[in-house]
Design a protein around this ligand. Structure first.
Ligand SMILES: Cc1cc2nc3c(=O)[nH]c(=O)nc-3n(C[C@H](O)[C@H](O)[C@H](O)COP(=O)(O)OP(=O)(O)OC[C@H]3O[C@@H](n4cnc5c(N)ncnc54)[C@H](O)[C@@H]3O)c2cc1C
Length: 409
């Protein structure tokens, strides 16, 4: 039997480990269980993705003490350009002085997922309030009136007040709890890699919508030798995925260059190519008896808007706020009233963000000249409406809705 902690967090990925650290900073102890070893999760090439970290999510990292470690590794996003297949009539989001934000990273920062994980794991190792169980397999979960317990395959029993499922999309804890899931497959796969390019990106994130699927170029820091780099997320239809994966690097770059229309001049691969299947899911319930879902265990969306992780970090902020306020009035973390409050707070916010992203993906996926003309008209209209542009920029920054304290500046 291991010592009792306040939380037993199953899944120590980007969201689960951020929760453990944020909890520790608030004096809340955690067992963190992950089936993988940290060396596997941070191996070069294990996760080749980069994530757009919104301003609000950056505030969370700063508030839990990671700013100094992460600051030099993030590439500021100063503008977002949205186009319908690189045709005329694009929409630019670039905050102006009047919008009160002159900071270079006012639309967020790009980080390699590997760098985020390394920083989180380093901080977790130094944190006495976190008991980290790596390469651990869960053999059983119990939830009852007096607490929760998790039995590991090696016989170790972990006890606590609240069980948190942070195991990502395939969360077995969510499925075992019997939570229903709205789910659909986009029948798309994201081809992910990084590119070197001749011309600088100017800190612009490009979202180029093609009927076959969106194509995103996201700015990364130049290499120490001064080579310009961007992350690529190219969405292809499932029926074409096998063919694209099978392309030689040369042929792949030729296809990518065709979609970039000479934007950054000559390109080269800067990282291995990876493919991720894309689907949408949203759990109808995110709490049960002494159980809370966070991150991709609760919701998963198309990566085009770069909001999946940001949404998970909002879950972290909300859960910590609810638990710390509860503690002040003597309630333990597994208290049903606190969990109900967490669910009320997060369900609507997550659903709105996911619906907007899903709507965009579908709207831009309709092929044909007429839909394209209508879309470009729409982009032009938004371009001329500062209030609407501000709404979308606030969404990108993660500053809309009721923001947890930890995500405020
Ligand atoms: C191509 C692509 C690009 C993306 N880009 C962005 C972006 O720019 N911005 C953004 O905000 N989001 C982005 N996302 C979404 C983001 O990556 C996810 O939302 C985020 O990684 C979810 O984190 P998580 O910790 O909830 O889940 P995961 O990252 O899946 O972590 C789950 C953890 O749980 C562990 N685990 C799994 N099962 C078990 C088990 N049974 N027992 C114990 N441990 C277990 C795993 O080993 C892992 O460590 C992107 C997604 C994709 C596919």
């Amino acid at each position: 039997m291991s010592e009792r902690c306040d939380l037993v967090i199953l899944g120590g990925g980007l969201v689960g480990m951020t929760l453990a650290l944020a909890a520790a900073r608030a004096g809340i102890t955690s067992h963190v269980v992950d089936k993988a070893a940290p060396e596997e999760l941070t191996a070069e090439g294990a996760d080749g993705r980069a994530s757009a970290i919104s301003t609000a999510s950056w505030n969370l990292f700063a508030n839990i003490g990671l700013a100094e470690r992460l600051e030099p590794l993030g590439c500021p996003i100063e503008a977002i350009a949205v186009t319908d297949g690189m045709k005329p009539g694009r929409l630019d989001f670039r905050p102006t002085a009047e919008e009160g934000s002159l900071k270079k990273d006012s639309l967020g920062r790009m980080f390699a997922n590997r760098d985020l994980r390394l920083a989180l794991f380093e901080a977790a190792r130094a944190e006495p309030a976190i008991v980290w169980h790596t390469r651990a397999e869960v053999a059983g979960r119990e939830r009852g009136a007096h607490g929760v317990s998790v039995t590991l395959r090696d016989g170790c029993v972990l006890t606590g007040s609240l069980l948190v499922a942070a195991e990502g999309r395939q969360s077995p804890t969510r499925d075992e709890a019997g939570f229903s899931l709205a789910r659909w497959d986009y029948r798309h796969r994201a081809m992910v890699t990084a590119l070197y390019h001749e011309k600088p990106h100017g800190n612009i994130a490009w979202e180029i919508f093609y009927p076959a699927g969106p194509f995103a170029l996201l700015p990364l820091l130049d290499t120490p030798e001064g080579r310009h780099r961007s992350a690529l997320v190219w969405t292809v239809a499932e029926k074409d995925a096998k063919g694209v994966i099978g392309l030689s690097d040369h042929a792949f770059l030729h296809e990518v260059a065709g979609r970039m229309c000479g934007l950054y001049g000559a390109i080269e691969l800067a990282a291995p190519r990876m493919a991720y299947p894309l689907s949408f899911h949203h759990a109808g319930r995110i709490v049960g008896e002494r159980l809370a879902l966070i991150g991709d265990a609760a919701h998963g969306m198309h990566p085009i808007a770069g909001q999946g992780l940001n949404l998970g970090l909002r879950d972290v902020g909300a859960l910590i706020e609810v638990l710390t306020e509860g503690r002040r009035i003597g309630l333990e973390p597994g208290d049903a009233q606190l969990l109900a409050r967490y669910e009320r707070w997060r369900s609507l916010d997550a659903f709105v963000a996911m619906s907007v992203t899903d709507g965009f993906t579908r709207l831009f996926g309709v092929p044909g000249r007429l839909p394209s003309a209508v879309r470009r008209l729409g982009l032009g209209a938004v371009q001329r409406l500062p209030a609407l542009k501000r709404f979308f920029m606030d969404e990108a920054r993660g500053m809309s809705g009721k923001l947890p304290e930890l995500l405020r500046g």
